[in-house]
Design a protein around this ligand. Structure first.
Ligand code: 5GP
Length: 116
């Protein structure tokens, strides 16, 4: 394991060494609740492999990005915010507000629940 992975908060969550409310996990992606939510529903979807940011993905990572977006769509439905609406955000590097350098997709919504 590299030093970066050893010290990485999200690596620790994926390895089960740091507490987190995990809502989904498979061989490709893990999703968990944001510790300091900016929305009533605020989930983070991360790949299994450590990738720093969108700047570091390659043409071979298309399946990972696709799996992250499809899982976000499914979780939006599961959390009852699919039709009312939600935001999907990648913050890319410090100037955009990225503070955890492990690729993650923010799923935020729940200001209105489906059916409202
Ligand atoms: P960024 O600003 O890097 O795009 O987003 C990082 C997100 O990770 C923030 O929304 C922050 O609240 C969340 N976060 C930081 N540390 C932890 C942690 O230890 N556990 C969880 N569940 N979320 C965290």
């Amino acid at each position: 394991m590299s030093d970066i992975e050893k010290d990485c908060i999200f690596c620790g969550i994926i390895r089960g060494e740091r507490p987190a409310e995990i809502v989904y996990r498979d061989d490709t992606v893990t999703a968990f609740k944001d510790k300091h939510p900016h929305a009533p529903v605020h989930l983070l979807i991360v790949p299994r492999r450590h990738i720093r940011s969108i700047n570091d993905i390659t043409e071979n990572d298309g399946d990972i990005i696709s799996a992250m977006v499809l899982k976000a769509r499914d979780l939006a439905k599961e959390f009852g915010i699919s039709r009312s609406g939600y935001r999907l955000t990648f913050n890319v590097e410090r100037g955009a507000g990225q503070v955890i350098f492990y690729l993650h997709l923010h799923l935020m919504g729940g200001w209105y629940k489906d059916g409202d």
